[in-house]
Structures are given as C-alpha cells and as structure tokens.
Design a protein around this ligand. Structure first.
Ligand code: HEC
Ligand code: HEC
Length: 239
C-alpha cells in the first residue's frame, strides 16, 4: 500500500470520526447479565473462525484500521489505541466480533469495525494482523514496584496469559507481550469494575480483589514481558 493511500485513509477516518452520525452501536448483554456465557460460540465469530483468512486481502481491509492502530499495528503508547501486531487471529476475530455485536463497548471504533463486510473479511484482516511484527518499544510503566507485580502475575495471571505473555491461541487468551502499559491499565481496571463486558469471569474473579496500586504494579510488570520468539505470536498447536 502506498503512503499516500494511508494518508488518505487516515484523513477519511478522522473526518468520519468527527462527522459520523449513523445508528448507535448495538448493545448486547454481557458480564452484567445473570446468564452470561463467556465466548459463546455463535454468530459471525464462528463463521469467521472456520474460514481460512487471506492475509493479502486482509492488508487492504486493514487500511481503514491503520488510521488509529497505525500501519505497523503498534497502536500508541499513550494507551488510546492498543497494539495489535502479532495477536492470535482467534483473539482478533473474537474481539472484533464482540465490538461489532455490542458485547464490548467501543464507540470510537464501532463505525470502522462495520467496514468489514462479512465473516471472510473478518478472517482476512485477522490473518493479516497476525503476520505483523510485535513491536519491542511498547509503552512501559514506571517500574516502581515490579516485585509485587511479578508475584501477583505468577500467582494469578500466568495460568492463562503464560509466563512470557504468550496467551493461548486455541483458548482465545490474548498475547499481552508488547502491549502498552497505559492500555492494559485501563483494560485491567475496566475488567475489575465490570465495564469490559465481554471479559472472562474466571479472570474477573482474580482481579476483583485488587487495589488500584496492585493493578498498577502488575500491569507495569506485564508491559515488560517478552516472548522467546518475540516477533510473532506462537503458532497453533498441531492437532
Ligand atoms: C477511530 C480509531 C479506530 C479505528 C479506525 C479502528 N480501531 Fe480498533 N480500537 C480502537 C480503540 C480506541 C480500541 C480500544 C478500545 C478500548 O479501550 O476498549 C480498539 C480496539 C481494537 C481491538 C481489541 C484489541 C485488544 O487487545 O483487545 C481490535 C482487535 C481492533 N481494535 C481491531 C481493529 C480493526 C481490525 C480495525 C479496522 C477494521 C480497527 N480496529 C479500527 C480504535 C480504532
Ligand atoms: C481464566 C483465564 C485468565 C486469567 C486467570 C487471567 N486472564 Fe486476562 N484475559 C483472559 C481472556 C480470555 C482475555 C480476553 C477477554 C475477552 O475474551 O474479551 C483476557 C484479557 C486481559 C486483558 C486485556 C487484553 C487486551 O488485549 O485487551 C488484560 C489487561 C488482562 N487480561 C489482564 C489480566 C491480569 C492482570 C490477570 C491476573 C490478575 C489476568 N488477566 C488473568 C483470560 C485470563
């Protein structure tokens, strides 16, 4: 893709952001509802998960996304836009489908998420993002209490997010290595407070008891995780 195209895409996105007056995002019942089932296998998500994504086509679909997440996928250290590069395609598909379906509130991105026309395009864009290199210069925390952060991470988080932040593709556990401190701080707080409505209840159970200070320490520690093969997410296990 040419740089000029990217600039045009960014300008169009910025314009649409300021002028968008379409229907509001849908709202689907999430973790606040009694019968909430995390990661229910339904809708366009399961369609997209069954398809083989085409990274080449996905690169085109990603053009509109690059306005916020950047052409490199690295997002911004100030936490406004998450780092996406190298994320498991399963996680990407789930998160985008949740945003499109109103299970994860993201009014800023919603109008752009709707530019993906069908499950195939969802699979394509996820396949493309997964091929991007995870940056090494992500935003990190102040490093003031890494001892506490490490202790809590090993005790409460590593069973799912793994020792180096690899996550687990088949279980929809995201890669956290290379993610920005400020973004994770906001997410972890929202997860604790029940505001990230597509969250995993087993994770909420452990985070619930944390103080702001503990969340800060743990996220600071997480922002320094690097995987042995840091440039890309671990591949799917052979079945
Ligand atoms: C106008 C800016 C904007 C655009 C354009 C945009 N996003 Fe986002 N995106 C965001 C914001 C803001 C968040 C984080 C919201 C939050 O804090 O929960 C996000 C979150 C995400 C997430 C969740 C990441 C995670 O770690 O859970 C994914 C995946 C994603 N975006 C993919 C895309 C794709 C694919 C496109 C293009 C079709 C796109 N975004 C376009 C602003 C944008
Ligand atoms: C039972 C497994 C599990 C445990 C334990 C767990 N997590 Fe998670 N975590 C997840 C899943 C699954 C997601 C994605 C949630 C979703 O589906 O939307 C996630 C998402 C996150 C995110 C947001 C990532 C993003 O890209 O938006 C943060 C931050 C996070 N976890 C922090 C933690 C911390 C801190 C702990 C330990 C206190 C923890 N998690 C423990 C499963 C877990």
């Amino acid at each position: 893709m040419k740089t000029t195209n990217r600039i045009v895409a960014a300008a169009v996105a910025a314009f649409a952001l300021s002028a968008f007056a379409g229907p509001p995002p849908p709202k689907k019942e999430g973790i606040e509802a009694k019968g909430y089932k995390w990661n229910a296998q339904e809708g366009e998500k399961i369609e997209a998960l069954k398809l083989k994504g085409d990274a080449k086509r996905g690169e085109e679909a990603y053009e509109v996304c690059s306005a916020c997440h950047l052409p490199s996928g690295a997002g911004r250290a100030d936490g406004t836009f998450p780092q996406l590069a190298g994320q498991h395609s399963t996680v990407l598909i789930k998160q985008i489908a949740d945003i499109r379906g109103g299970l994860r509130d993201n009014p800023i991105m919603y109008p752009f998420a709707t530019t993906l026309t069908d499950p195939q395009e969802l699979a394509d864009v996820a396949a493309y993002i997964e091929t991007m290199k995870i940056p090494r210069d992500n935003g990190r925390g102040p490093g003031t209490d890494l001892e506490t952060g490490k202790k809590l991470y090993l005790r409460d988080c590593q069973t799912c997010h793994m020792a180096n932040g690899e996550g687990e593709r088949d279980k929809f556990y995201p890669v956290l290595a290379g993610q920005h401190y400020k973004y994770m701080l906001r997410q972890a707080t929202e997860i604790r407070d029940g505001k990230r409505r597509n969250a995993n209840p087993d994770m909420v159970k452990v985070i619930k008891t944390y103080s702001d200070k503990e969340i800060d320490a743990i996220v600071d520690y997480m922002s320094r995780l690097e995987m042995p093969t840091h440039d890309a997410a671990p591949k799917a296990k052979k079945k």
